[in-house]
Design a protein around this ligand. Structure first.
Ligand code: FAD
Length: 258
C-alpha cells in the first residue's frame, strides 16, 4: 500500500502531494458519503469549492477543473444535486485524457509512522492554513471568506464528527472576532494549537510526531519568547511572518507528486 514505504520529508517544507491529497479526499471520499446534496450542505460545498478555486494553486488542468466544478455547482445552488452527477464533473479529464484530480492519497509530510496515524486530518489542517495564507495576498479578499468556507466544510462533511463538533464550538465562540486577513491566519494557528494541546498524549498521537506548541523553537527561533514564568508566550508579529513564509507557494515542494 501507499504507506508501506516511509518517505523522506522535511519539516520546514510544504508538500504539494499533501495538499492535493486533501483536496482529493475531501471531494471524493468525504463528500461522496452524501448521495443527495441540498440546502445548507450544498451551500457549504459551494463555498468550499469557491475557496479552492480562488486560492488553491492547482496545476494548469486542475485550475480549469476547479473552475468548471465551481460553475457547475453554482448553477445548481438552491436545487438538489446527486453526488453521482457531481462525480462525473470531478472525473472530467483534460483533452489529452489525463486525470486532473489525483485519484488516490499520497502523503509526504503527513505520512504517519503507521497507517493509523496522521494522513488525512494532517493534510486537511495543512490545506486550511495554506488557504488562509494565500487569501492574505489578495487584498480584495473578504477577511473571513476562507474561514467560513472551512467552517462549513468541517460542519457538514468532515468524517470525524467529534472533531467537527469541537471545531464548530470554537468557531461559534470566536470566529466573529476576526476582522482582517492576518487575523484569520492567526485565528486558525491559535485554534490548531489548542487542539494540539487537548490531544497531546492521547492514543491518536503518532509517537514519532508528538503534539507540541507549533512552531517549535527549531522551526522559528523568534516565535516563542520567555516570559519569565512557565507559560509559553508568543511573539505574534513573528508568528504571523513565519506562517506567511511557511505556508507560502515558494515553500511548496513537488517531491513524490504523481
Ligand atoms: P496535525 O495536528 O494534523 O498538524 C499537521 C501539521 O500542521 C503539523 O505536522 C505541523 O507541520 C503543522 N502545524 C501544527 N500545529 C500548527 C499550528 N498551530 N498552526 C499551523 N500549523 C501547525 N482529532 C481528535 O482526536 N479530536 C479532535 O477533536 C480533532 N479535531 C480536529 C479538527 C480539525 C478541524 C482537524 C482538521 C483535525 C482534528 N483532529 C482531531 C485531528 C488532529 O488535529 C490531527 O490532525 C491528527 O491527530 C494528526 O496529527 P498530526 O500529528 O499529523 O498533526
Amino acid at each position: 500500500t501507499e504507506q508501506d514505504d516511509r518517505r523522506i520529508a522535511d519539516s520546514t517544507k510544504l508538500y504539494m502531494a499533501d495538499l492535493e491529497s486533501a483536496v482529493h479526499y475531501t471531494l471524493r471520499a468525504e463528500v461522496s458519503r452524501f448521495s443527495h446534496l441540498e440546502g445548507e450542505r450544498l451551500d457549504a460545498l459551494i463555498a468550499y469549492v469557491s475557496v479552492l478555486r480562488k486560492y488553491f494553486p492547482a496545476r494548469p488542468y486542475g485550475t480549469t477543473l476547479l473552475k468548471s466544478i465551481h460553475s457547475w455547482l453554482h448553477d445548481r445552488a438552491g436545487k438538489e444535486v446527486l453526488y453521482k452527477d457531481f462525480e462525473n464533473v470531478l472525473n472530467n479529464k483534460d483533452e489529452a485524457q489525463n486525470a486532473v484530480l489525483s485519484s488516490s492519497v499520497n502523503y509526504v509530510w503527513c505520512q504517519g509512522s503507521h497507517p493509523n496515524f496522521r494522513g488525512f486530518p494532517c493534510s486537511l489542517w495543512t490545506l486550511f492554513h495554506f488557504l488562509t495564507v494565500q487569501a492574505s495576498e489578495d487584498t480584495a479578499a473578504p477577511p473571513t471568506e476562507v474561514l467560513l468556507g472551512l467552517r462549513g466544510y468541517v460542519k457538514n462533511f468532515f468524517g470525524c464528527r467529534e472533531c467537527a463538533g469541537h471545531f464548530e464550538s470554537m468557531a461559534a465562540e470566536s470566529m466573529n472576532t476576526v476582522n482582517t486577513l492576518d487575523e484569520a491566519i492567526l485565528w486558525l494557528w491559535d485554534r490548531h494549537n489548542r487542539v494540539n494541546k487537548r490531544l497531546a498524549g492521547q492514543p491518536s498521537e503518532d509517537p514519532e510526531f508528538p503534539k507540541l506548541p507549533w512552531p517549535s523553537k527549531t522551526l522559528c527561533p523568534f516565535c516563542q519568547v520567555e516570559d519569565g514564568g512557565d507559560e509559553l508566550a508568543w511573539d505574534i508579529p513573528n508568528v504571523l511572518n513565519f506562517m506567511k513564509t511557511h505556508y507560502s507557494r515558494q515553500n511548496l515542494a513537488n517531491d513524490y507528486l504523481e
